[in-house]
Design a protein around this ligand. Structure first.
Ligand SMILES: Cc1cc2nc3c(=O)[nH]c(=O)nc-3n(C[C@H](O)[C@H](O)[C@H](O)COP(=O)(O)O)c2cc1C
Length: 200
């Protein structure tokens, strides 16, 4: 389905994002919520990896991770990030840039408690982004934690948390024939979204 970005009268990028995300949720084979997230620590090359967006609204896009991971440490030193969704089935892309921060512990607790038990154990077992000498080391940690919390509620590790990206620019890209793609850029200026089209 083509929405026609150049004729679009949408004033709010989140309304458009919501429309596209609903379409993607219908048509993508898996993980329509997968986004590449770019972080950097200012003195080094940027890093990029996939994370799963778990929630979005006007306040931002939320995902969960380990604050001691590479991304967690980079976010700590530089709150400016970029993210990108590509929905192959729709031939659409959404890019965004903005500032990131941790969500509250209560919100993270709430989401952690909704995860299945094995994933909760996994969150404790993984020292995300640290060097692993052998796979059995991870399996051993997993088994030890399973025993430790047998028949008990598993608390959220304090380093496992949610992050929210508050976008200040969002660009929608829609495939067209002959590479004459449509691009619509929204930028936030003093609390208002200003939009313009870009050459493909
Ligand atoms: C489809 C997919 C979904 C993923 N979702 C997450 C996620 O939500 N959170 C996360 O921390 N890592 C997720 N990962 C793993 C990350 O891409 C990455 O390997 C990990 O977070 C370590 O990244 P870092 O070393 O840059 O911190 C996902 C990977 C894939 C392929």
């Amino acid at each position: 389905m083509k929405i026609g970005l150049s004729k679009l009268e949408e004033k709010d990028p989140f309304v458009l994002f919501d429309k596209w995300f609903k379409l993607a949720s219908k048509h993508e084979i898996s993980d329509p919520n997968a986004m590449s997230l770019s972080t950097s620590n200012l003195n080094s090359f940027p890093n990029v990896r996939i994370v799963l967006m778990k929630k979005f609204d006007k306040d931002g896009l939320v995902f969960f991770s380990n604050s001691r991971s590479k991304k967690g440490r980079e976010i700590e030193s530089n709150s400016k990030v970029a993210a990108c969704f590509h929905w192959k089935s729709l031939e659409k892309q959404v890019r965004l840039r903005g500032k990131i921060k941790r969500i509250t512990d209560i919100e993270s607790d709430h989401y952690f408690s909704s995860r299945d038990r094995n994933s909760q154990i996994g969150a404790w077992a993984s020292l995300q982004s640290k060097k692993l000498s052998k796979r059995s080391e991870l399996e051993k940690r997993y088994n030890e934690i399973s025993v430790k919390y047998k028949n008990k509620e598993i608390p959220r590790p304090s380093h496992w948390c949610g992050y929210i990206i508050k976008a200040s620019s969002i660009e929608f890209w829609d495939n067209r024939a002959y590479r004459l793609h449509e691009r619509l850029l929204f930028e936030e200026k003093k609390g208002k979204w200003i939009s313009c089209n870009l050459f493909p």
